[in-house]
Design a protein around this ligand. Sequence first.
Ligand code: SAM
Length: 455
Amino acid sequence: MPKKLFIQTYGCQMNQYDSERIAQVMIRNGYVQTERIDAADLILLNTCSVRDKAEQKVYSALGNWKEFKDHRDGVIIGVGGCVAQQEGENLLKRVPHLDIVFGTHNIHKLPELVEQVESERARPVEVTFYRDPAYMEDVDGRTQVHGAKAYVTIMQGCNKVCSFCIVPHVRGREVSRPSAKIIAEIESLVAQGVKEVMLLGQNVNSYGKLTPGEWSFAELLRRVDAIDGLERIRFTTSHPQDLSPELIEAFANCAHLCEHLHLPVQSGSDSVLARMRRGYTRQEYLDRLMRLRDRCPKVVFSTDIIVGFPRETDAEFAQTLELLESVKYDEIYSFMYSPRPQTVAAKLFDDDVPKGVKKERLTKVQTLQREISLGKNRQRIGELEEIFFDGPSKLKNGQLMGRTRTNRIVNVAAPASFIGQIVPVRITSATANSLLGEVLWDKSGADSQLEGNRL
Ligand code: SAM
């Protein structure tokens, strides 16, 4: 009987992707994956510590998991990801029934660590950072394909110095995967039927900068764009400092690059941006967006906002609201500031904006954005869009859910055979979060209209 693996994942797309790599590494070593934690021989928690009380959440989950070890012999429990990287030995000290701690660069080491527990009854901690990108090549045919879409890691880590951010401390310095490997991987994915790739990294648009002779991110996009059979390219996440003129040109010239850019701004106030050490002013950020809009008029933007950063005044916060009004993002992700261990902001500033004020500001940001999103979505009623169908709608009403090139969610009554296909759809109604559409069964004229839409 093969041993069973259960993985619980906290956090972002990068972490979900890492969990897929963990699963692949262990499956290659004879494990099968299970959805039932009580049936698992190896229970892993892949953690994220970017925001909030990540550590408490991890300790509380691990506390609950003791019963699985008590009830069955030989169960092994491990913790990976950012909290593992950050806490290291401490996790083993505080959780006596924990067996393995593995950091963000150590997924390839997992079989070895499990073996150490089984044969030596050891409790290994492996949190080494690597500068050689070979550590990312831990799986043959490494990417799991989700229907016709796939994530592809192109780099890891971050060299920026944002004062609030724990990423450089838990994911390490920037390391870019060799472009030849990325291209070969995408070509092989396309041969398996993949039509859309999401290029992943903590700061994708600084791809290649630190590797002499490597392509820039814009060049990588151009080469991926030329892969025959690939229909859509997306990427996340980017830093405004690295939105180069060359990258703006790539948006104008790469036919398969979707017209959506997620560009975290964090605040609309220059003084808060300076305290955050973001390396740009509000105007510099806006100028870059405008230059991109000039070259690619169809492009839409989304962003991340932090409210209640230390010393943020009402007037500084009001500038964030003004920025939302002026850019009119399609979507935002907004967070209350939480001090993170090892970060400059946690060392320099008291977390002095009261929780109640943070909550109030978050509500204001989200209420304003809901109005903006609703207004923008309503403007789309009547438009013809290419929809890439992902699967059943989250509304659980028998419809399918898909996305426009601009990353808007559209729910449509359509047959299951459309999943994985790109189909012309007419938008018929809108809410703040999604659109409703109908399939254009008579396709005559649709293709030329869609072509016109993109120009
Ligand atoms: N590369 C991105 C950037 O340009 O900032 C960072 C992505 S980070 C993993 C995701 C988001 O979490 C950030 O953009 C930020 O809005 C939020 N975040 C990070 N640290 C935070 C903190 N200490 N408190 C609240 N939100 C935080």
